[in-house]
Design a protein around this ligand. Structure first.
Ligand code: DHB
Ligand code: FE
Length: 281
């Protein structure tokens, strides 16, 4: 069976794409953010996953507001990026893993998740930037994008996202393959880009949330999605991806998780940036 090696969570901000393109990683504004990644890259270099399942939220590149699936699993041989209007360089296509895509889709539908399947999927900065941050050179992994709606209300509950993550983890562990799989969460932490609370950041909540992923993984499921918006901002609710990732690693006593590394830095653009790497021990 496939081996689930761990999970990685990172914020995604379009400006990161420009900073990478301009080689600004060591500039004072960017250094505290980019300095978080080398220890994670080292761990990935040792572990060498073959495939990553990417939990992310599309921001309007693939799903326009007239059609908004709550959960969508992609099954394409290749994923293209395109201009989203942020002015960041379009990234090269990334290869998919069709076998894992269809295994996930079959497993999730059998477990009564009414997902949307996408045999074509444009991937936006939320999917491409984590790959660039974790693997700055050529992307050595294939991907299975799993999109969770956090942009158009109503949003799925934290409890439901946690259940989705658990089911994805069970699917990965039951995949008849010799491949090593990692799970990525893209989004958060607290931020609000517009409206009266634009610039809102909640450091205390973010830090408690990061700790909870180790000490009490389902802690955030006590909150409704609207409560999470209240606590973390309209876009901060993207932290639902982190919950899906953590749930995928498993929470049974037989599924211990070890923290490899974390970083937290405020702000990049309008966002409290978080990074966490968790290994299945
Ligand atoms: C920013 C953050 C996001 O999550 C996003 O999708 C776009 C922009 C920002 O802070 O600029
Ligand atoms: Fe976002």
């Amino acid at each position: 069976m496939a081996q689930l090696i761990g999970g990685l969570a990172t914020s995604h901000i379009p400006a990161i794409g420009n900073a990478i393109a301009r080689g600004q990683q060591q500039e004072p504004y960017w250094k505290p953010f980019f300095d978080g990644y080398p220890p994670v890259r080292q761990w990935l270099g040792e572990q060498r996953p073959d495939v990553v399942v990417v939990f992310y939220n599309d921001h309007g590149l693939n799903f326009v507001l007239d059609k908004m699936p709550t959960f969508a699993v992609a099954a394409a041989a290749q994923y293209h990026n395109a201009d989203e209007g942020w002015g960041i360089p379009t990234t090269e296509p990334v290869n998919g893993d069709l076998d894992l895509s269809w295994h996930l889709i079959n497993h999730l539908v059998a477990k009564e998740f009414d997902i949307t399947t996408c045999q074509e999927m444009l991937v936006d900065h939320a999917c491409t930037l984590p790959l660039k941050l974790f693997w700055p050179g050529d992307c050595p992994v294939t991907i299975v994008p799993v999109a969770i709606n956090t942009v158009q209300f109503p949003l799925p509950s934290a409890k439901r996202v946690f259940a989705l993550g658990e089911a994805v983890g069970n699917a990965i562990r039951s995949w008849d393959s010799t491949k090593k799989v990692a799970v990525i969460a893209s989004g958060g932490l607290s931020h609000q880009l517009d409206g009266e609370r634009a610039g809102f950041i909640n450091k205390a909540f973010d830090l408690q949330f990061m700790d909870s992923l180790l000490n009490e993984p389902a802690w955030a499921t006590q909150f409704s999605s609207l409560e999470l918006v209240e606590k973390t901002g309209t876009q901060g609710v993207e932290l639902l991806m982190w919950l899906a990732m953590r749930a995928a690693l498993g929470t049974a006593p037989t599924q211990p998780v070890r923290e490899v590394h974390r970083n937290y830095h405020i702000p990049i653009s309008n966002t409290a940036t978080g990074l966490m790497a968790l290994a299945c021990a």
